[in-house]
Design a binder for this molecule. Structure first.
Ligand code: SAH
Length: 575
């Protein structure tokens, strides 16, 4: 819950805007300010105070406890110009909250935590459980002092300026133990615990077994990624609740699938009960990996028969490949998600001109593998190879990276030993459409006129099909110095089915500094206007130039007279 505290009328107005926008997340604390802050501090995970920072510092100072438990505090000034992350920037989430509040109130977020300021991610923000001297080691990283990285398991970390030497280090490990002075241990989610259980198993029995097994094997329970079991136990309270307390999901498999997994200790009891000779070992192994702890049975103090079994598997580390669309050019058409993935990556792969487009967003230490035009296959292979090594890789493309771009060659190359994340981008056809008006209001298709990788006969067949089906067409790669006859030829095919007056939009460098566009017709288009920075959108037989805008009606019936619309008013929304 976010507690909201204000003193003045202006503060109250801003406070009410937050409360209205986030009714579920916020609670307003009325009454004398000091008292309100004290109550909110005790009851909420976060506070937004519409008060001067000085006032808030004085009020919360006596309440401060531990950095790990104190709420995050954000102050918004009287003028509503700044949202200041005052306390609990990382742990309390105040930096993120300041950004959210800023976005909502059109205030500038003010974040002074060093790691955010210089673009190095805090070791406490990596999404991994951590132990040890986070503040000290992060400060050393920031100050450029050597901090070594010791990865016992492969994990795709964002870029961090690690260097050998010195006595500080970050260990990525699922092994049990205590970090020494100057160390931070990160806990990657590598362990899968297979769990078998009799009906009605107490949650304490499951948790007790898991923690004993981890302890004996020298493994950290904080590296448990999931509990795995058989489908028939998906609702077993003891397992579900144990997973909830560990903060991990329960993954279940059909008995038939588990029966096919080779295990060291099959037995008859589960075969009779659920139809597989092994639950714990088979479920732990079903997703692949190395069996670290074979099946163990719980021990019960009361001497009754054990109700739970478990086995532990370590999954091989997985690299991460993000395929990121950068949009057509303008920074504000680059999505937040794309930005986050660019900052998440330790390796960036892309065409040099696209890298230039986002270089300023990359974190220091990001390894950039850029190459020139034409090296597509090699770029795809490089990106996948880096991800296989366990890196966090971003493979970038303009527009949408899946549209005539890098996603397909990369994914054709990748097997299921890496995680792949796709971030959609605004493709050229959409960027151009928005500039032209509403040319894509009904069925439309994109066709690339590049016959470098596609035989011209195939392209021509598709253009003809679009022509015959009266579909709006956007041509990508329409014309280059060496390819000049394809566009006139394609337009000629469309002209066999569409009138010379059919609107055609030509957009060059959509959303870039030298954007230009013109609305012409099939009969008047001059191919000389068109180059490789251009898309050409040809309307269908219903497309019109209305007040200089290209408009394709949503349905042919839509256009019919007022009369038919009155006859069937309820169809309006369905068209
Ligand atoms: N993945 C890209 C397309 C790559 S193919 C996307 O989704 O947009 C390259 C072709 O896309 C260019 O020849 C041009 O036809 C078109 N294109 C890409 N960006 C453009 C822009 N900003 N303005 C106009 N056309 C663009």
């Amino acid at each position: 819950m976010i507690g909201l505290i204000s003193a003045t009328a202006a503060g109250a107005a801003a406070r009410d805007r937050l409360a209205a926008a986030w009714p579920e997340r916020t609670r307003v604390y009325d009454g004398p300010v000091g008292d309100a802050v004290r109550r909110a501090f005790a009851e909420c995970e976060q506070l937004v105070c519409f008060l001067a920072t000085g006032a808030v510092v004085r009020l919360v100072a006596p309440l401060l406890g531990d950095k790990a438990d104190d709420p995050g505090v954000v102050c918004v000034d009287e003028g509503g110009r700044y949202a200041v992350s005052l306390l609990g920037g990382h742990g309390g989430g105040a930096n993120e909250l300041a950004r959210e509040v800023g976005a909502l109130l059109a205030a500038e977020p003010v974040v002074t935590t060093a790691t955010d300021a210089v673009g190095i991610p805090g070791l406490d923000t990596l999404g991994l459980p951590y132990e040890g001297d986070v503040a000290g080691v992060t400060r050393a990283l920031l100050d450029g002092e050597p901090v070594a990285l010791e990865s016992e398991v492969v994990w795709p970390l964002p870029p961090l300026p690690f260097a050998a030497g010195g006595d500080r280090r970050v260990r990525v490990t699922d092994r049990a133990g205590e970090p020494a002075a100057g160390e931070v241990w990160l806990r990657p989610p590598t362990l899968v615990v297979g769990v078998g259980a009799s009906k009605g198993v107490p949650v304490e029995e499951v948790l007790g077994l898991i923690s004993r097994v981890c302890e004996d094997a020298g493994l950290s329970p904080r590296s448990i990624a999931e509990l795995a079991t058989v489908d028939a136990k998906a609702e077993e309270h003891g397992i579900v609740e144990a997973a909830a307390r560990l903060g991990v999901p329960v993954v279940t498999y059909p008995a038939g699938e588990l029966a096919a997994v080779e295990v060291p200790n099959p037995s008859d009891a589960p075969l009779a009960a659920v139809g597989t000779p092994s639950v714990a070992e088979a479920a732990a192994l079903a997703g692949g990996g190395e069996l670290l702890v074979p099946k163990r049975r719980s021990e019960r103090a009361d001497g009754l028969p054990a109700m739970a079994t478990c086995a532990v598997v370590r999954r091989p580390g997985r690299g991460r490949l993000a395929v990121v669309g950068l949009g057509p050019g303008a920074r504000d058409l680059l999505t937040e998600r794309a930005k986050a993935e660019l900052r998440r990556a330790s390796v960036l792969v892309g065409l040099d001109q696209y890298v230039d487009q986002i270089r300023d967003l990359l974190r220091p230490g990001t390894r950039i593998l850029e190459s020139g035009l034409g090296a597509e296959e090699e770029r795809a292979r490089t990106a996948v190879a880096e991800a296989r090594e366990g890196q966090a890789v971003a493979l970038i493309g303009s527009g949408d990276a899946g549209v005539y771009a890098m996603a397909s060659p990369a994914l054709a190359e990748a097997s299921d030993d890496i995680d792949v994340v796709g971030v959609p981008g605004v493709t050229a056809a959409l960027a151009a459409g928005a500039i032209l008006g509403a040319p894509l209001g009904h069925d439309h298709v994109s066709i690339s006129l590049s016959d470098l990788h596609t035989p011209w006969e195939v392209i021509e067949r598709r253009v003809r099909a679009a022509a015959e089906a009266d579909i709006v067409v956007t041509f990508y790669n329409p014309r280059s110095r060496g390819r000049d006859w394809q566009l006139p030829k394609a337009l000629g095919i469309l002209a066999e089915h569409r009138a010379p007056g059919t609107p055609v939009g030509v957009v060059r460098n959509a959303s870039r500094a030298d954007e230009s566009s013109r609305l012409t017709t099939l009969g008047e288009l001059d191919p000389a206007w068109v180059d490789m920075m251009t898309v050409v959108t040809v309307g269908n037989t219903a497309t019109r130039n209305i007040a200089g805008r290209m408009v394709t009606p949503r349905g042919y019936r839509w256009q019919e007279s007022e009369l038919s619309r009155q006859a069937a008013p309820s169809e309006e929304g369905a068209r």
